[in-house]
Design a binder for this molecule. Sequence first.
Ligand SMILES: *Cc1c(COP(=O)(O)O)cnc(C)c1O
Length: 374
Amino acid sequence: MLPYGRQSIDDSDVAAVVEALGSDWLTTGPRVAEFEALLADVAGAPCVTVTNGTTALHAAYAATGVTSGDEVVTTPMTFVATASGAAMLGAKVVFADVEQDSANIDPAAVEAAVTSRTKVIAAVDYAGVPADYDRLRKIADSAGSYLLGDAAHSIGSSYRGRPVGTLADLTTFSFFPTKNFTTAEGGAIASTRPELVTRLREFRTVGLVRDRAKMRYPDEGAWHQEVHEFGLNYRLPDVLCALGSSQLRRLGAFKARRQQLVARYDALLDDVPGLRLPVHGEGVDAMRHLYPVRILDGRRREVFERMRADGILVQVNYVPVYWHPVFEDLGYRRGLCPNAEAFYAEQLSLPLFADLTDSDQDRVVEALRGILRS
Ligand SMILES: *Cc1c(COP(=O)(O)O)cnc(C)c1O
């Protein structure tokens, strides 16, 4: 079985976790700060770790203070968590359609969707290619909105020479095993705005305020901590941060291998009929999470099923978010974002991960070629 994505764990990763397990800390210890510092080097901004990419989004939206009466403009071409984190805080989610080729949110559609109630504009770096943040920044500034980047696919990428992590007010990451690197479950939020970093730290630690200067009752005693706003326990344990730091030391190698595999797919699939290959984006140095091809002539489902039957576990990313019954029940209807729906109808993610061998990749190419030629 060949999955569409999987982790790469080597002896250095195992040793790092074993060492953490034998230390004095399992949950919040020195490895959390160490991992957050290494992550900040990659992201170009301070980082707060959390338990996964879904909770990263929830924490990021909470840090903006988004609540009922507010609107959040986002893309339908993403995992549901990009939208549900805002919806769970009471916001109205407004879907803006994607660009036809990149499947990233279309700045023109965002511009048409913003209102005086738009609190957050949330982009997704689909497949690892950063969205058009220069244009999104201008729209967010003139609307007085926060700009959020869901970079679950794109940590390690850069846009016009700037790393993912510096492109939005808040940038969220996921360290799920299929993503660019892993902590098993894990996630983080990078923020270029110090006041948001403080809010994120409080939210992921149950809302506890430990800074005496900020306390309402600072003279209660040295044991004292107080809650000013509700939060949750979203802390990423020391043991998993140890794995994260170890994996980050391998990030350059992961990126190089993913780029090599992408170049190989581009070359090997170039002449296959009935297929459209992904675009790579102008001014973008992508660390790709996905290799999303488009299967033409209405054959996507057939290709998906025949590849799977062949032991190649291709995936579809994604069903437009508002097709989920939870959004349908809120009144969202099919047809809302035609580009996203057309993209979804043809999309297929081929296996792409750092440990994919050339010969396994050749097998994927031959299987796809065989199906599309028949
Ligand atoms: C994976 C993913 C998430 C959620 O991350 P988890 O760590 O699985 O909770 C959010 N958004 C996008 C775009 C993702 O791909």
